[in-house]
Design a protein around this ligand. Structure first.
Ligand SMILES: *Cc1c(COP(=O)(O)O)cnc(C)c1O
Length: 407
């Protein structure tokens, strides 16, 4: 049923099986938030949990809380909540460090297993930190970072590792993880998947895709809060690989204080130093909003929200905004992106009007869909406001052209 009025959008919201989850989130009044793909919002659960971690666990428990409040186990207990979202076993996931740092670890581990091959293959449009880390790790291993638009076509017998982000951060283009992994394996390469724009957005099946390594972000669709720790997943056959950030939390017996590093068995060797307990606590509680949620239902609504956004922008913005995302829903993640030469200023005007998306250089306006709290009426209203700004040209004011540090 095409949505041609706000009443149509409201009808979809009334029939939405996920509608009751919106109350788990503390969204400010007067804001339509379409940037949960960049920073997930605060949940009620995280606010309460951080308050308790501060006052009770830290304030009263002091150092005893490492044991009594389970702080020491957080890299494993939080990982166990992420595992079902990514098609993984709990014991194969750890929550630790940042996505960038975890990429360093898994790329090093993968290269260490691929002696004789000297290429890390990725895409020019991959997220910059992934490319920067890969070139740094490559330099340490005598390997070269090679970029190709069509990575499967560029697989040669010199490729040690294929490193791809499943969903392109700019356009939202989604790879077929199983097919790309199979192509890499056929060429003798290992795969490193970045799930920054996948985990929590739709069902991911690392096990079914036979992937080798994966990393992902805690503060986007998982709502862990600014700078939340990231996760790392390693397929069991690779868990004995060496990762060079051999800190004491990756030791077989951290509290034996031995002078020589002995790696922990299994995934614990992918830990490095002390966990950021307050951030971990926020992420831990935020993940409870996914308990009992069927990600297939999340995906279905995400696709419907994306289709609505694209339809409405094309109907209402007079061709001013060009779709930058794949038109076919199956090839998109949970976002819709549009190009406009003045995209930055338009996005600033939109944010000033209460619709928060973001801008990615050089010309992309990006809108993320997070079905646990995004309503069809939000998308409808957002496009009405956007169309008003584009038609009136009200974005063309000096304050909307001024670039902030974070876009
Ligand atoms: C957000 C994002 C990151 C973030 O890395 P940090 O180390 O948390 O700053 C990495 N890769 C991709 C693809 C991302 O989208």
């Amino acid at each position: 049923m095409p949505v041609t009025s706000r009443a149509d959008a409201e009808a979809l919201d009334r029939a939405d099986p996920l509608a009751r989850h919106r109350d788990d989130f503390l969204l400010p009044d007067g804001v339509i938030y379409l940037d949960g793909n960049s920073l997930g919002p605060l949940t009620r659960a995280a606010r309460e949990r951080v308050e308790r971690a501060l006052r009770h666990e830290w304030g009263e428990g002091l150092i005893r809380s490492w044991n009594s409040a389970g702080w020491i186990d957080l890299p494993r207990t939080v990982a166990a909540k992420i595992a079902p979202l990514i098609g993984a076993r709990a014991e194969d996931v750890r929550v630790t460090d940042s996505t960038s740092v975890n990429l360093f670890k898994v790329l090093s581990a993968a290269l260490g297993k691929q002696a004789g091959r000297r290429v890390i293959l990725s895409e020019p449009g991959n997220f910059p930190t992934d490319l920067y880390i890969a070139s740094g790790v490559g330099a340490m291993h005598g390997a070269e970072l090679v970029l190709a638009e069509d990575v499967t076509a560029a697989l040669t017998d010199d490729v040690a590792v294929l490193m791809v982000t499943e969903v392109d951060y700019r356009t939202g283009r989604r790879h077929d993880m199983a097919a790309v992994t199979a192509a890499a394996h056929a060429a003798g390469a290992l795969t490193v998947w970045d799930l920054a724009h996948s985990a929590g957005a739709f069902p991911v099946d690392l096990t079914g895709a036979d992937a080798d390594f994966a990393v992902g972000c805690g503060y986007k669709y998982l709502n862990g809060g600014p700078g939340a720790p990231a996760f790392v997943w390693v397929a069991p056959p690779h868990q004995e690989a060496v990762q060079p950030l051999s800190g004491w939390f990756g030791h077989a017996a951290p509290f034996a204080f031995e002078p020589v590093f002995r790696p922990a068995p299994g995934m614990d060797r992918f830990l490095t130093g002390t966990a950021p307990v307050l951030s971990m606590s926020a992420l831990d509680a935020a993940l409870d909003t996914f308990a009992g949620v069927d990600l297939a239902v999340v995906r279905e609504k995400s696709v419907a929200l994306g289709e609505l956004m694209i339809e409405r922008v094309e109907a209402r913005c007079g061709g001013a905004l060009a779709l930058a995302s794949p038109r076919e829903a199956a090839r998109r993640g949970s976002q819709a992106s549009f190009r406009h030469p003045n995209g930055y200023a338009i996005m600033q005007a939109l944010i000033a009007a209460g619709v928060i998306g973001d801008f990615r250089a050089p010309d992309i306006l990006r809108f993320g869909f997070t079905p646990l709290y995004t309503r069809f009426a939000d998308v409808y209203d957002a496009v009405e406001i956007l169309a008003g700004i584009v038609k009136a040209g009200s974005w063309d004011r000096p304050e909307f052209h001024r670039r902030a540090a974070v876009t």
